[in-house]
Design a protein around this ligand. Structure first.
Ligand code: SIN
Length: 281
């Protein structure tokens, strides 16, 4: 790790670090932004506590790192189309995000990162899990790594957000919208080289990856199921316990995340901003 003037406390040996002593409601100078970005690249996901941000300040913080990529499917925060609402009301049983995924992998140029701010959290439960796709890749055998490096996978938004999506008829209706805009499919390498760190990472995920290009569905399923089991070993994970005002800023190129749905009868309201990425290779 490089010298840094910010206080960075790693959460686990796999990924994740808390950044202490920064008030994100104040403008950040370029040096601070560079340090935060380096911590984000080093740890895959960084966390901040006790931030009191208006939506405008949330947007201003996110825009120091990349232009905002407006999500087409999530209901936006009123008056702020750049901010997606991740809401679960007490009477709802289903939540958004309780399958391992990385945001926007169905786009031709997937999102670089997401900045999730907790507005209202349950008394207990509602944690978010993160998994390192660097470690998932690096821990494979050399033989399987060689095989994967020649493969490309198809990712899609259609089965999750399109007219056939599983959420229709459930209590998630109303939380998600614009099914007719779910036309995105993209093909990405199964192993990417991270465009900023140069490290290799596994780039398939259980939510949006629909198959290996050129393989029969059963062949794809067998390989992907193995990779999905492999990637969520406890040694590759961290778990974040939210408080109102907590922020998680994760790197979509090298992590997965999973929103735990264990807080029935309680409200959880999060504001998410997703940031533009760069082409993957
Ligand atoms: C998401 O999947 O982007 C939301 C994660 C969460 O609500 O914890």
């Amino acid at each position: 790790m490089r010298n840094s003037t910010i206080d960075i406390q790693p959460l686990t040996g796999a990924l994740g670090a808390e950044i202490l002593g920064i008030d994100l409601s104040r403008p950040l100078d370029d040096g601070r932004v560079r340090e935060i970005r380096q911590a984000f690249l080093d740890h895959g996901v960084i966390f901040f506590r006790d931030q009191t941000l208006t939506p405008e300040q949330h947007i201003a913080f996110a825009e120091r790192f990349a232009p905002i990529n407006v999500n087409r499917f999530f209901t936006a925060v009123p008056g702020h189309p750049q901010i997606a609402e991740v809401r679960k009301e007490p009477q709802q049983t289903r939540n958004i995000g309780s399958q391992w995924h990385t945001d926007h992998s169905y786009d031709q140029v997937p999102a670089m990162g997401s900045v999730l701010l907790a507005r209202e959290v349950p008394d207990h439960g509602g944690d978010t899990l993160f998994a390192s796709m660097y470690l998932a890749y690096e821990s494979l055998s050399d033989g399987l790594k060689r095989t994967l490096e020649s493969l490309r996978a198809v990712h899609s938004s259609r089965h999750i957000f399109g007219p056939q999506a599983r959420y229709f008829g459930t209590d998630l209706e109303g939380r998600l919208h614009n099914p007719e805009l779910a036309t995105q499919d993209a093909v990405h390498p199964v192993v990417i080289r991270h465009p900023e760190t140069g490290r290799k990472a596994l780039y398939v995920n259980p939510n949006f990856t629909v198959g290996i290009e050129g393989w029969h569905p059963e062949e794809s399923k067998a390989l992907l199921d193995f990779l999905y089991r492999h990637a969520v070993q406890p040694d590759f994970l961290c778990r974040f316990r939210w408080r109102a005002g907590s922020i998680a800023f994760w790197d979509n190129r090298c992590t997965w995340h999973y929103a735990v749905n264990d807080y029935q009868g309680q409200r959880r309201l999060m504001h998410r901003i997703t940031l533009d990425g760069m082409p993957l290779g």
